[in-house]
Write a new protein. Structure first.
Length: 246
């Protein structure tokens, strides 16, 4: 069964060929998609006490980043995203808040990892352009254009449950600082099993996309502005990770 968000993307991505199995989701190369974001394989696998979320692309992963605009308003975000069937409560958000997705992002116009100094220069506020990890909660919003998707907003005065590493933005986002790797054709994030509550199984998909901060800085704050590729073709989360040792 398609997720609610799957229907928001179905008209954009009809006809994409894919197959899935124990090794994740295999996707055909797409001439219309830039090679750095053209998914060919998406998988999640266990390595020790970590889950490794991996996307393989046709080109060099992470080689394309958004150009700086000089302001937070209107800023672009490039991302490799793994939507999952995990409940948003599994990583510290309010339960049942939307589609929980892991994301690898770059955005040179702002820094949303205030607890981290990724480039080790002593300044924790200038690292947004470096690739880094987030959990986000995605929901539908018709005002977000063709994708109809956004990172869930936090209304003024609301106090939902949020992870301890929430960076302070008025949206459902977390900056967990997971170990990551972006080289050759692979984008990877390592997530400790303990960080997601040692799940027995969950479903997932793969997406490459751009997001954009609303120029008016209000609801919606962060929309999905362009969807470049979806591993499954329709965001139906067809692949399953299962802990066979349980």
């Amino acid at each position: 069964m398609k997720t609610p968000i799957a229907f928001a993307l179905s008209t954009l991505l009809a006809g994409t060929a894919w197959a899935h199995g124990p090794e994740g989701i295999h996707s055909e190369k797409t001439a219309k998609v830039e090679a750095a974001f053209d998914l060919v394989n998406t998988r999640v696998f266990k390595d020790g006490q970590d889950l490794v979320f991996e996307q393989l692309v046709d080109g060099k992963a992470g080689s394309r980043k958004p150009a700086a605009k000089g302001s937070f308003a209107g800023a672009q975000v490039y991302s490799y995203v793994w939507p999952t069937s995990l409940d948003s409560g599994s990583v510290g958000f309010e339960k049942g808040s939307g589609i929980l997705a892991l994301a690898l992002t770059s955005h040179p116009d702002f820094d949303d990892t205030p607890q981290l100094d990724e480039n080790a220069d002593g300044d924790k506020g200038n690292d947004g352009g470096l690739w880094h990890s987030h959990w986000v909660v995605l929901t539908k919003d018709a005002s977000c254009g063709a994708s109809g998707l956004k990172v869930r907003d936090i209304p003024e005065g609301a106090k939902p449950k949020l992870p301890s590493t929430w960076p302070g933005a008025p949206i459902f986002i977390d900056s967990p600082g997971y170990a990551l790797n972006v080289k050759k054709n692979a984008a990877q994030i390592r997530v400790p099993l303990a960080a997601v509550g040692f799940p027995e199984s969950f479903n997932y998909d793969g997406v490459t996309a751009a997001l954009q901060v609303n120029a008016d800085l209000h609801n919606p704050l962060l929309c999905v502005s362009s969807v470049w590729d979806v591993a499954s073709g329709d965001l139906s989360l067809p692949a399953t990770w299962k802990d066979n040792k349980k």
